[in-house]
Design a protein around this ligand. Structure first.
Ligand SMILES: C[S@@+](CC[C@H](N)C(=O)[O-])C[C@H]1O[C@@H](n2cnc3c(N)ncnc32)[C@H](O)[C@@H]1O
Length: 466
């Protein structure tokens, strides 16, 4: 099957080139538009129609790319009306091929979702070092587990939904992955007493009054599922191991971090809290109920009220979305830090995250900010500086990271002059001496907080570690 699809040119790039990049919509009206971008009687278009868009094709048309009789026998296709349709969805992700449930409602609570934006966010946030054991909890179609199988000797994946485990098994086969073990059970129950070097979890974190879908509704009150997964994940980590958990939580408006901090304190882990944004209750409920709004406006209004009553009952005013990254570090004073992330700028972030953890350890080890003066720093290569000018007058400078979490930060005039000189060749003290205007000591003291912030955000690395 894999060979057939690759022969047909069924790749992410070609799909995006043909249907447009960004999220593909499977709403009926959009399907009709996608259909018109596809050529007739050609293998790639046939694969897209059958396995991405879920269309029904005449057997003769499907035959252009596939041995229809064989696929009917092996269950990839099913006869329907005068033609055939695929029994599942197949989507390429990089060089993986991932099977999941079709976008129809023939399966209910056990419906196994395909690759969604949060799946990609978690994949980008995962630290990719060679490790012995990885765990993916709530594996769904298995995407995180399959990605981990490339750099972990052994991967364990758990899910409470047997249908998800069946897809996980199928996807391991489709991608030739042999170091994945699937276990049925709730969250960490199937791995009790075991320890891992890497943990990923994209739980059913949606704060909802329903228990309709395994992938969305945990059945636990409010944000309990996110908290419990974060708390338990910390206990399963080997020393130095990383856990990455997507979370959603209730918070007072304007203060997204306070409710999260107790989840990670006192657990023997350093923690990085990443904040993607928040929704008010009406936005939250209406976004999740969007498919109902399209299909049945009366039911939508009723369910919207039920969601809002539920949120009001819990006193929820704002719902945050983000991720928690933990690293086990026993026997030391652990740190917690927090940052906002613009998901539109997020790229593969493994290296950036490792750099930030290492730098944060270094910063925590300094008795005094002046210790920075003896160190040699280098600006990371993947960055760019933007200057805005009014006529010839410089108005502002923004430094952007073109990798990882894609941070952007405004620089004052002095820091903008300093940054290009941090090239890893001499200690900060010497660089500042070159730039100092007036009292050198005062100039140094003013520069240190800016340098510290650039280190915290991962724009600068210690030359020794680079
Ligand atoms: C949002 S999906 C994530 C799927 C996939 N890991 C990804 O990143 O796209 C959540 C998954 O958690 C599973 N799940 C729900 N309740 C669970 C539980 N109590 N224990 C383990 N997994 C559970 C669902 O079946 C679903 O596969």
């Amino acid at each position: 099957m894999r060979a057939r699809l690759l022969d047909a040119g069924y790749t992410t790039e070609r799909i995006e080139e043909t249907l447009g990049s960004g999220r593909i919509s499977f709403a009926a009206a959009d399907l009709a538009v996608h259909e018109r971008r596809l050529e007739a009687g050609e293998p790639f278009s046939t694969a897209v129609r059958l396995f991405l868009l879920g269309a029904e094709l005449a057997a003769a048309d499907a035959e252009v790319a596939f041995d229809v009789e064989e696929l009917l026998r092996t269950g990839w296709l099913e006869a329907s009306g005068d033609g055939v349709h695929a029994t599942l969805k197949l989507v390429p992700h990089g060089d993986l091929l991932l099977a999941s449930d079709r976008d129809d409602d023939s399966v209910d609570a056990q419906w196994v979702a395909g690759i969604h934006p949060p799946s990609v966010t978690l994949a980008k946030l995962t630290v990719r070092r060679p490790v012995a054991r990885a765990l993916d909890t709530g594996t769904g179609n298995g995407i995180q587990a399959l990605l981990a199988s490339r750099h972990a000797r052994a991967v364990t994946a758990t899910d409470v939904n047997p249908r998800a485990l069946a897809f996980g098994r199928l996807n391991a086969g489709l991608n030739g992955v042999e170091n994945l073990e699937l276990r049925e059970g709730s969250y960490f129950e199937p791995v009790e007493g075991e320890r891992f070097d890497l943990l990923t979890c994209n739980p059913p974190y949606v704060i909802s009054p329903e228990r309709r879908f395994a992938y969305r509704d945990s059945g636990l009150a409010g944000d309990t599922v996110s908290r419990v997964v974060v708390e338990q994940a910390s206990e399963l980590l080997e020393e130095g191991g990383f856990a990455h958990v997507l979370v959603s939580w209730a918070h007072p408006p304007g203060d997204w971090w306070s409710p999260l901090e107790p989840w990670v304190e006192g657990r023997g882990c350093d923690a990085w809290l990443l904040y993607f944004g928040s929704d008010d209750p009406v936005t939250h409920a209406s976004e999740w109920l969007k498919p109902v709004a399209r299909d049945d406006p009366a039911a939508f209004a009723e369910r919207l009220d039920a969601w809002l009553d539920y949120l009001r009952g819990l006193g929820i005013e704002a719902i945050g979305h983000g991720a928690v990254i933990l690293r086990r570090r026993n026997g030391s004073r652990n740190w917690t830090r927090r940052d906002r992330v613009n998901l539109e700028r997020l790229e593969q972030a493994s290296e950036h995250i490792l750099r930030v953890f290492e730098t944060q350890d270094y910063l925590e080890s300094l008795d005094d900010e002046r210790g920075l003066l003896d160190e040699t720093f280098a600006l990371v290569e993947q960055h760019h500086l933007e200057e805005t000018r009014r006529r010839t007058e410089l108005e502002g400078t923004v430094l952007s990271l073109d990798e990882g979490l894609g941070f952007r930060t405004a620089l004052d005039v002095h820091t903008a002059e300093l940054v290009p000189l941090l090239d890893g060749t001499r200690p900060l003290r010497d660089v500042l001496a070159q730039l100092a205007v007036g009292d050198a000591k005062r100039f140094e003291s003013a520069a240190l907080p800016a340098v510290r912030r650039l280190l915290e955000l991962g724009f600068l690395a210690r030359a020794s570690s680079a």
